[in-house]
Design a protein. Structure first.
Length: 303
């Protein structure tokens, strides 16, 4: 996956988005049509490519926080009212941490536009409907100035609106911190839950994901790779690159790096590497076939 850096799009107009008079948006969407799509690793690149012909808005959110989920629903209603002049691509950071890392999300909700593959930061946090429309209208102006005036095809019939499941009260404190980008607090809260009940697999999964984001947040990928290449024996440097690879979706590369490191180390260092690899298995998901393959390779490396 790739994502262009800012530079080609004139962002100056967005500075006055909150006070400028917005143009009228398109009429109501045809019955049953929606221009809201869910983003995965598999379709993310295609969505970015389509921003060459029509405006894309990325909404990073988490189903763990009721406020984030409710605001995401509002964004969907507003986006559909434009009748295809823009497409809303929703990214659940819990299931797509690597995309969130790529986009530099420090908390959710986080909303940005994409025009010709270029990110256009809009806002972080929530906004009311009139403010959202002002941001969207101004983004469309910017897109038009850059020659992007196409209309997105609807993604299918709108699904019935369902009530959001009640948040699990066990995770309230940790999830709130996670949604705000306070990964240190989230990790501490999840650790309490795991300590109280080591068999709580859901808490363990959430803990592993929060620890990964805590370790990789704000890290420069190129610097980390250079440090690991300069000193292959530096265990900390190799562990960090493996973390970044998992966050970036390069799971096989991460697993391969750490299995090689298990073979090259001994004693306490070897145990550190093994433990990190097992933790990354939890992040990726124990039912992922890549995890099963890596487990067998790890066993071979250990014994």
């Amino acid at each position: 996956m790739s994502f262009s850096r800012p530079g080609a799009v004139d962002l100056s107009a967005l500075k006055n988005a909150a006070t400028s008079k917005p143009p009228s948006s398109a009429g109501a969407a045809p019955a049953g049509a929606t221009w809201v799509v869910d983003v995965t690793e598999q379709n993310f690149q295609q969505i970015l490519t389509e921003s060459a012909s029509h405006v894309v808005v990325l909404s990073l959110w988490t189903s763990r926080a009721e406020q984030s989920a409710s605001f995401n629903a509002l964004l969907g209603r507003v986006a559909d009212s434009y009748g295809g002049r823009l497409q809303l691509a929703q990214i659940d950071v819990d299931t797509n941490p690597q995309i969130a890392q790529m986009l530099g999300a420090q908390g959710v909700p986080f909303v940005l536009g994409v025009v010709k593959g270029q990110p256009v930061p809009l806002f972080q946090g929530t906004a009311d409907e009139p403010e959202v429309r002002q941001y969207f209208d101004e983004l469309l102006r910017v897109a038009e100035a850059n020659g992007v005036t196409g209309t997105a095809a609807p993604s299918g019939g709108a699904a019935p609106v369902e009530e959001e499941p009640a948040d699990d009260p066990r995770f309230a404190a940790a999830d709130d911190a996670y949604a705000e980008g306070d990964f240190a607090t989230a990790v501490a809260e999840y650790e309490k839950l795991v300590a109280a009940n080591p068999a709580d697999s859901e808490a363990a999964e959430r803990l592993a994901g929060a620890k990964l984001l805590q370790r990789t947040s704000g890290v420069d990928l190129n610097d980390a790779r250079a440090a690991a290449a300069d000193d292959p024996a530096d265990v900390d440097a190799q562990l960090l690159v493996a973390d970044l690879d998992v966050a970036g979706g390069h799971v096989d590369d991460a697993f391969g790096r750490l299995i090689d490191l298990v073979r090259a180390t001994a004693g306490d260092e070897r145990e550190r590497v093994r433990a990190r690899l097992v933790e990354l298995f939890t992040v990726v998901g124990t039912d992922d076939p890549r995890v099963g393959q890596a487990r067998r390779a790890l066993a071979s490396a250990l014994f």
